[in-house]
Write a protein that binds this ligand. Structure first.
Ligand code: A3P
Length: 296
């Protein structure tokens, strides 16, 4: 392990019952007080559900598919991460937002009940992206290996337990996906699935475009689909998180653009783990009808 990295692995501290990275928990009053502009757009996800992909699609839609314009800065600068408080020199999400005029595209991993109320009072448009639990877990596991600000993931088996018990940063995946699902109609939230985006990216880009009341040509839509392919984004220094210094994101351990597939969980869950996970899943998701797919 690199010198200093273990010092940065912040513990998680509960905020209203949700485990959050210590620096975020300490700053939560300021985060909760944030007042967005009605023109701001919120992109909300459980970590590793396809946030960066969606941010890139939205930025390109807002810039009529202009690739150069969307290379003006790295993702977290173009589209600030509301609650993040990073070690210097990376500015906090709130600091960055203060320097930007609306309309802004704001990323959050906060569960619905921790999103500052101003977003709902101002009727901000909100895109939620959900990813099936098993792939989401595997992606988060690799992320926690390489992201030195997150708690050590430990062995995979124990990580599965922590995921099921809602002990990872930003809390329970189950409550997160259900929380936004239950509010999606009342709050006019566009609820997307990573699996749908993989299956038919063009269809989902069009859905996002319509939700944002934008209209771009068919040719531009095709270009956006191409520019936001996994391969193109992995090669794009403004989208692949190479902006984050390597002592923080060690991409030699696992690249931020890791695999980008549906069903990779099959390479990580044993048959036994999968069975146990599915049984618990039935209980935790009982009564909810969110159409998740673990394979496409
Ligand atoms: P994997 O670890 O399964 O590869 P987030 O942006 O929410 O942190 O999510 C990261 C996950 O989305 C990673 O999943 C990453 O590879 C994947 N991803 C990022 N851009 C993608 C794209 N253009 N197409 C498909 N998957 C993408």
């Amino acid at each position: 392990e690199k010198a200093g990295s273990s010092l940065m692995r912040f513990p998680v501290i509960p905020v209203r019952g949700i485990p959050l990275m210590k620096l975020i928990a300490n700053n939560f009053d300021d985060i909760w007080a944030f007042r967005p502009d009605p023109s701001d757009l919120l992109i909300a996800t459980y970590p590793k559900a396809g946030t960066t992909w969606t941010q890139e699609i939205v930025d390109l839609l807002l810039h009529n598919g202009d690739a150069e314009a969307c290379r003006r800065a790295p993702t977290p600068v173009r589209s600030p991460f509301l609650e993040i408080v990073s070690p210097p020199p990376i500015p906090s999400g709130l600091d960055l937002l203060r320097t930007m005029d609306p309309p802004r595209v704001i990323k959050t991993h906060l569960p619905f009940q921790l999103v500052p109320l101003g977003f709902w009072e101002n009727k901000c448009k909100t895109i939620y992206v959900a990813r099936n639990a098993k792939d989401n877990l595997v992606s988060y596991y690799y992320f926690d290996l390489m992201n030195m600000t997150q708690p050590e993931p430990g062995p995979f088996d124990g990580y599965v337990t922590k995921f099921m018990q809602g002990e990872l940063s930003w809390g329970s995946w189950y409550d997160h996906v259900k929380g936004y699902w239950e509010e999606r109609e009342k709050k006019n939230i566009l609820y997307l699935f990573y699996e749908d985006m993989k299956e038919n990216p063009r269809r989902e880009v069009v859905r996002i475009m319509k939700y944002l009341d934008l209209s771009v040509s068919d040719e531009v839509i095709d270009r956006i689909v191409d520019l936001t392919s996994f391969k193109k984004m992995k090669e794009n220094p403004m989208a692949n998180y190479s902006c984050v210094p390597s002592p923080v994101f060690d991409q030699t351990i696992s690249p931020f653009m890791r695999k980008g597939e549906v069903g990779d969980w099959q390479n990580h869950f044993s048959a036994e783990q999968s069975k146990m996970f599915d049984e618990d899943y039935e209980k935790q998701m009982k009564g909810s009808n969110i159409p998740f797919r673990t394979l496409i």
